[in-house]
Design a protein around this ligand. Structure first.
Ligand code: 26W
Length: 825
């Protein structure tokens, strides 16, 4: 058989990647045989499909080699469980990874097609909210690039993150029907299907050995069907797999109803169970506690664990050694039900002792925390768990029983500590998923140095005391393959020409750029590239929205989810302040600026939506005021997503990272901007601190209260009124916003914003940081007046970004958390 496969793949179907002529023939053959379209009348859509299928074939062949190699060397593998994967489009990424772009371009040209036009045919799969989902995608890229045996598991949402338009100045959400025209990249595995159970009751009995066994019976079942996406690494023979689960009803009809002639009733259950993978919840800081979300979490956890165990049991028998071959990373608490689920599988199904199963479970899991905001920490009502997952609730109680026993031993007589550390919040009758994830894991990590310190010192101090060494830091990173090589080809070429190609898989090689700061010709080329990328952004924006911008002006960019803690509002206050100064002739030599703000607000987050609206109102006034004379423009970038980010980030001069100190776990946009030669204006928050440490104080604009100062200010009794009283500029700015200056048709429109800042106590210290921010922006202007001095700092930023590659993050996880090594192929 092996010989036959080899022969078959070698003659008829062989695509010679070195040969554009051969690729062209393959494209035609796939067009006819797979797409089923006449090449003579095929358009970009059909050619995209033909190309995708050619690539898919290559990936499948290589993927087979990876799988075979993995069966051969029976080492520990990593499973990354995440509710979200924001992969971005696949086509250009695969071509880059396979080194195929040039030949494919030539082949397509010979067919009268333009690769860049084809690439636009691919929908951007928005299967994530923001930072957490994009981080998961960067990690898959690094795992494959460096040959680690890694698999991703998630949900194949039929509808991803909504797409955003702005109508009458307000956000409107549209369903993201990304599968409308199918997904060219996926392999559906109709043979990889697992039942997932809900509801029902527990029946316990003594088995023949006298041991108590419990069974979960009378359940409502749903099927999880596997869809695989191949993940390529850069210039790497290793192909990883991202397996996404789709829900399917276990039976097509309920025959009872069907036979009674009630056809509609008979298919109702089918529709209900298939809603499980219907849509991604578009919130990333507030947990709603909805049953459907709980079911989604369990659905993908259960299917993934069944799959992982099945793979293990194909070559091993002894589940008490599972942890020696399997490492499972929990991406936040969203998959934390994996802890009781693995216990259930080991104890109830496979008959392990509780103690042994618990040891295996703890050694198998690790948990990454991604947020400090209390409202984003998941808890589930006990009543809901009892109804949806009765056996899991019992298991959680058993885990808690043992856990509290240890707590009593460690903190004797400390009832308050016991209450705080329990998996059960007795006041609200809810299960604390973070506590469950911590006790069920061998390692817990934060995502930046400050974040990990705050987790250990303020959020989970007793856990840190009880488990020394369990809490570790792994600062986030981004993949330079997508966030430099792919999105910024001109800068990539310049860098490669200057220091060679090593940076593509070892970002620290960028250090070699440092001496070039002194090279005037290099600086000039660097500047020219930034200008070209700004023009590209301006053209894209004009084509998409009709808004014209001036690529000579300073491009000041804040793109990320809209949240109070990220303080887009502080940005707006500065814009209004600047506008007033220009209008009143208080500054005459202002540096022309275009302020871009983009991001989505959770649909139910009123204040975030008001902030979007305010940006629009301010933009309308500022952009149409002749007195400002084009020295200030404000643009809201609609529908911020991975594809837009790829154009926006390379075009930025200034990166806004201005969250209240102590609120942004890490940030990853901050890394992408600096890597593309933007300077950062930011607070001492998240990974900004480590960026500052790397690039040096002179090459970043740091301002505002530190985490400690924020706490101290609040402790002493922070009074927003007083801050405003003492700052005439701030007063004027707030007056303009709250008096209807930008929206005379409805003067009280921003009452809610006023209320949070004053009566609400300005929780995120927007007013407290206003003056420091305005001063920092003045320093930005001063530097921008000297393009050469600016370029020096920007080059140093690029040169010193080596640490912020997701390759470094993954090597750290591999060594400190997973204990895995790269494969040999
Ligand atoms: C259940 C609702 C929900 C959904 C998602 C709560 C919380 C989340 C995520 C944890 C939010 C998130 O994306 N956090 C971001 O994670 C990034 C990657 O580590 C960090 O860089 C960001 O600072 C952090 O906000």
């Amino acid at each position: 058989m092996d010989e036959l496969v080899k022969e078959a793949l070698e003659d008829d179907f062989r695509v010679n990647l070195e040969d554009a002529e051969n690729i062209k023939r393959a494209l035609i053959a796939y067009m006819v045989r797979v797409v089923g379209h006449d090449p003579r009348s095929a358009g970009p859509r059909q050619w995209f499909l033909a190309l995708a299928h050619v690539i898919k074939g290559i990936l499948s062949e290589r993927g087979m080699k990876t799988s075979r190699a993995q069966y051969g060397d029976d080492t520990r593998r990593v499973y990354y469980l995440s509710m979200e994967f924001l992969t971005g489009r696949r086509l250009m990424k695969h071509l880059l990874d396979l080194g195929l772009e040039a030949n494919v371009r030539t082949a397509l040209e010979a067919l009268g097609q333009d690769l860049d036009v084809l690439a636009e045919e691919e929908p951007d799969p928005a299967l994530g909210n923001g930072g957490l989902g994009r981080l998961a995608a960067c990690f898959l890229d690094s795992l494959a690039t460096h040959g680690y045996p890694g698999y991703g598991y998630g949900i194949r949402y039929e509808f991803g993150m909504f797409s955003q338009t702005i109508e009458d100045g307000q956000q409107v959400e549209h369903p993201d029907n990304w599968l409308r025209r199918g997904n060219a990249w996926e392999f559906v595995r109709h043979n990889v299907v697992y039942p997932v159970r809900f509801h029902g009751r527990i029946a316990c009995f003594r088995d023949e050995t006298g041991r108590e066994r419990c069974e979960w019976v009378d359940t409502d079942d749903v099927h999880a069907v596997a869809y695989d996406l191949k993940v390529t690494g850069y210039d790497s023979p290793v192909i990883s797999n991202l397996r996404l689960w789709s829900a399917r009803a276990t039976t097509d009809f309920d025959l009872r109803f069907f036979n009674e002639g009630n056809y509609i009733e008979a298919v109702k259950d089918k529709t209900t169970s298939e809603t499980l993978s219907k849509v991604l919840y578009p919130m990333d800081t507030t947990v709603l506690g909805q049953e459907l979300r709980l079911k989604q979490e369990y659905f993908f956890v259960s299917a993934s664990l069944q799959d992982i165990l099945a793979r293990y049991l194909r070559v091993h028998e002894d589940l008490s050694r599972l942890h020696t071959k399997v490492a499972i990373q929990l991406n936040d608490t969203h998959p934390a039900l994996a802890v009781p689920e693995l216990m259930r599988l080991l104890v109830d199904i496979h008959g392990l002792d509780w103690e042994e199963a618990w040891k295996v479970t703890r050694e198998t899991f690790s948990y990454t925390n991604h947020t400090l905001l209390p409202e984003a920490l998941e808890t589930w009502p006990i009543g809901m768990l009892e109804h949806v997952l009765p056996r899991h609730l019992e298991i959680i109680y058993l885990i808690n029983h043992d856990h509290l026993q240890q707590v009593r031993f460690r903190f004797p007589g400390e009832m308050e500590v016991l209450r705080r550390m329990s998996l059960v919040d007795e006041d609200t009758q809810r299960i604390r998923m973070a506590h469950l994830a911590i006790v069920g894991s061998s390692k817990v990590n934060g995502v930046a140095a400050l974040h990990t310190r705050l987790l250990r010192e303020t959020v989970f101090p007793e856990f840190d005391e009880m488990y020394p060494g369990k809490f570790v830091n792994v600062t986030n990173g981004v993949t330079q393959r997508r966030w430099l090589l792919q999105c910024n080809p001109m800068l990539s070429d310049l860098i490669t020409e200057a220091v060679g190609p090593a940076w593509k898989t070892d970002l620290t090689a960028l250090h070699d750029l440092e001496p070039l700061v002194e090279d005037a010709a290099f600086r000039e080329r660097f500047i020219a590239i930034k200008v070209a990328n700004k023009q590209r952004l301006a053209e894209h924006l004009e084509a998409e929205t009709g808004v014209a911008t001036d690529a000579e002006s300073l491009f000041d960019v804040q793109v990320k989810r809209i949240h109070e803690y990220k303080r887009q509002l502080l940005n707006v206050l500065h814009v209004v302040h600047r506008y007033r100064q220009l209008r009143e002739g208080l500054v005459t030599d202002a540096v022309p600026r275009t302020v871009f703000i983009g991001g989505k607000a959770a649909p139910g987050y009123y204040l975030a939506k008001q902030i979007i609206r305010l940006i629009g109102d301010v933009a309308l006034t500022v952009n149409n005021d002749p007195q400002v004379n084009d020295r200030l423009k404000v643009v809201f970038l609609p529908n911020y997503n991975v594809s837009n980010a790829e154009i926006t980030i390379p075009g930025a001069n200034l990166s806004e990272q201005i969250s209240t100190a102590g609120t942004e776990a890490s940030g990853t946009g901050n890394m992408k901007f600096a890597l593309n030669g933007a300077l950062t204006i930011g607070t001492l928050d998240g990974a900004n601190i480590e960026i500052k440490d790397e690039v040096g104080d002179d090459n970043i604009f740091i301002f505002g209260l530190t985490t400690e100062q924020v706490a101290e200010t609040k402790r002493k009794g922070y009074n927003p009124w007083k801050v405003v009283e003492q700052d005439a500029d701030l007063r004027q700015v707030l007056d303009m916003i709250t008096s209807g200056y930008f929206n005379p048709q409805q003067t009280n429109r921003y009452q809610a914003i006023r209320d949070t800042l004053f009566d609400g106590g300005d929780h995120f210290m927007v007013l407290a940081d206003f003056r420091a921010y305005v001063d920092a922006q003045a320093r930005v202007d001063d530097l921008f007046r000297d393009p050469d001095a600016w370029a020096r700092k920007a080059i140093l930023n690029v040169a010193r970004m080596g640490y912020f590659s997701s390759d470094r993050s993954i090597h750290t996880y591999a060594r400190d958390i997973w204990n895995v090594a790269p494969m040999e192929i």
